[in-house]
Design a protein around this ligand. Structure first.
Ligand SMILES: NC(=O)N[C@@H](CC(=O)O)C(=O)O
Ligand SMILES: [Zn+2]
Ligand SMILES: [Zn+2]
Length: 424
């Protein structure tokens, strides 16, 4: 007798099974009728492993007016995500053990989906204590950091024999500085893409690769946005994994005309031909949404003053399933990039696969559901998106976290998210 039985789950195109759940874990995958105290008939809908977004900014603590762990996690559940990994650029930053513990408490109190945490980095002496709390990675903003400081992080991680990866935002400060000088007087949104050109990213990626190679330590490059940056990475596969956002995959700087600063983000949207496209997904490890919410009032402050960032948790699966419906991307790719890949890279051992013994996390998807993306329907506090009006085919109709339904037919329910330690 199982706690819960999920009946008629399509886990491959031609494979429908019943899944017995006990104590929040997948206890049995079978063709047989299983006995359970509660049953949900999934009627042949596709069932993916619960999705994992390895790159979200929930702004909690310190900037809760933009988003907090409750609203951010509701947006996650709405979009089919059962796990997120939160970034450390909160206030104060999550760069020491005390703040890291505090963020675990905040998440455990408010989150309705499971969560891991990226640690910030400012002082090598904090690393040992933070490592005991099992961070997903140490995050470095290369546009703010100096190479010797980053080098010290790698050295300390090696000294401590840690396999925790360094996660990087790659943009070179000098290239940005010089580009900005040339743009004096411009205030159109397109100027932002010129201010942070492809070279800034490509040079920064190369610097990070040199550090990874030098120390023989794994690096994860966040929100890769140019074709040439991907080429720079290619020979270093042993050390490097990379990620792309939905906006860098599907939009170009032309969106800045229609959406203005709502489409302002770091790295910026690229000119057509410079950026990445769905055809590049085979060479990219994961999709991270870089869910980076701000208020509408902040986003409308003009090209130089509006904060960069786009909230994506509630659009990414719809966008990808639309590509699936067009035959441009396979469901296997979606599963690899939004579940298996992030679980492997960030050491979430009980997540990312539909397998006996794993957490009973699922995204149930209706590949035919059609609709239009509207930011006013978001659970996120940030009601804007450069995908406004996009006609999608396919979306999550149910999100399950350790056997508990947290979203059904677009309605987010109660949940009890837990901290997930990363085991590297
Ligand atoms: N991507 C962004 O434009 N903004 C992010 C920071 C980041 O990921 O670089 C944010 O925290 O707002
Ligand atoms: Zn970033
Ligand atoms: Zn980010």
């Amino acid at each position: 007798m199982f706690d819960l039985l999920l009946e008629n789950c399509r886990i491959e195109r031609d494979l429908i099974v019943n899944i017995g759940v006990d104590d929040g874990r997948i206890a049995r995958i079978s063709h047989e009728k299983l006995r359970a105290s509660e049953r949900i008939d999934l009627k042949g809908y596709f069932v993916l492993p619960g999705l994992i977004d390895a790159h979200v900014h929930f702004r909690d603590p310190g900037l809760e007016y933009k988003e907090d762990f409750r609203t951010g996690s509701m947006a996650a559940a709405h979009g089919g995500f059962s796990t997120v990994i939160d970034m450390p650029n909160t206030i104060p930053p999550t760069d020491n053990a005390r703040e890291f513990r505090r963020k675990i408490r905040i998440g455990e109190g408010k989150s309705i989906v499971d969560f891991g945490l990226h640690a910030g980095y400012s002082d090598p002496s904090e690393i040992e204590e933070v490592l005991e709390l099992k961070p997903a990675s140490f995050k470095v903003f290369m546009d703010l950091a100096e190479i010797p400081m980053v080098d010290a992080l790698f050295r300390r991680l090696r000294e401590l024999s840690s396999g925790v990866p360094v996660t990087v935002h790659c943009e070179n400060r000098e290239v940005i500085g010089r580009s900005m000088e040339k743009l004096e007087g411009r205030d159109d949104p397109f100027a932002y893409s010129l201010a942070r050109p492809p070279l800034a990213e490509e040079v920064s990626v190369a610097e990070v690769l040199a550090l990874a190679l030098h120390h023989g330590h794994p690096v994860h490059v966040c929100h890769l946005s140019t074709r040439k940056a991907l080429e720079v990475i290619e020979p270093f596969r042993d050390y490097v994994t990379c990620e792309v956002t939905p906006h860098h995959l599907l939009l170009d700087s032309g969106s800045l005309e229609g959406f203005g600063t709502l489409a302002k983000t770091n790295p910026p949207l690229r000119a057509r031909g410079e950026g990445l496209s769905p055809e590049d997904l085979g060479r990219i490890n994961i999709i991270g949404t870089d869910h980076a919410p701000h208020t509408l009032e902040e986003k409308e402050r003009g090209v130089w003053d509006a904060p960069p960032g786009i909230p994506n948790l509630e659009v990414v699966l719809r966008l990808l399933l639309t590509l699936v419906s067009m035959g441009r991307v396979s469901l296997e790719t979606v599963r690899r990039m939004l579940a298996e890949g992030p679980a492997r890279i960030f050491g979430l051992r009980s997540k990312g696969h539909i397998r006996e013994g794993m957490d009973a996390d699922f995204a149930v998807v209706d590949l035919k559901a059609a609709g239009t993306i509207r930011a006013d329907e978001f659970y996120s506090k940030a009601h804007y998106t450069p995908f406004e009006g996009f006609k999608y085919t396919g979306e999550a109709v149910m999100t399950i976290v350790r056997g508990q339904v947290v979203m059904e037919d677009g309605e987010v329910l109660e949940g009890d998210g837990r901290y997930v330690a990363s085991e590297h």
